[in-house]
Design a protein around this ligand. Structure first.
Ligand SMILES: Nc1nc2c([nH]c(=O)n2[C@H]2C[C@H](O)[C@@H](COP(=O)(O)OP(=O)(O)OP(=O)(O)O)O2)c(=O)[nH]1
Length: 129
């Protein structure tokens, strides 16, 4: 099976709300919520991937903090290793340039959304904090 490594940013604001992003119709897995981010390019550290992808997808600058979860999940045709990291916005305001929708949600309400399956360990981790 094809295997890819993906980084996802759990962006938190001052009110302890987390930025959730809805995958759009021209992405794979449309209609599922995710942490914005994307695939690591060759030679890239996950933190660098996140700064690059968030600038492209959301049009803002972030600082990346600690690793939250390192999860391997098998989808029908691809094995994904998803690394999630805490992040904060340091410049600009997140805009849905590629996503269907963005939503700031209090961390204890994350379970109300339908997440990409690989994200569930991160969602559980955040909700237990
Ligand atoms: N960015 C991101 N991708 C995730 C998460 N959870 C999860 O299963 N994925 C999957 C969806 C995609 O198959 C892959 C990430 O690819 P990507 O976001 O770079 O997407 P892409 O535009 O390059 O590729 P694609 O949508 O055409 O698959 O990881 C998540 O929280 N964030």
């Amino acid at each position: 099976m094809k295997a890819i490594t993906v980084a996802g940013a759990v962006i938190r604001n001052n009110e302890q709300m987390v930025l959730c992003a809805l995958r759009s119709g021209n992405m794979t897995m449309p209609g599922l919520w995710e942490f914005p981010g994307g695939k690591l390019e060759a030679g890239e550290a996950p933190e660098e991937t996140l700064v690059r992808e968030i600038r492209e997808e959301l049009g803002c600058a972030i600082d990346v903090g600690e690793l939250i979860e390192d999860v391997v999940h098998d989808y029908p045709s691809v094995r994904i290793r998803l690394l999630t990291y805490w992040a904060i916005v340091v410049e600009g305001k997140p805009c849905a340039n590629e996503h269907e929708q963005l939503l700031w949600l209090p961390s204890e309400r994350l379970h109300e959304l339908e997440w990409a399956p690989a994200d569930l360990p991160t969602v559980v981790h955040i909700q237990r904090m």
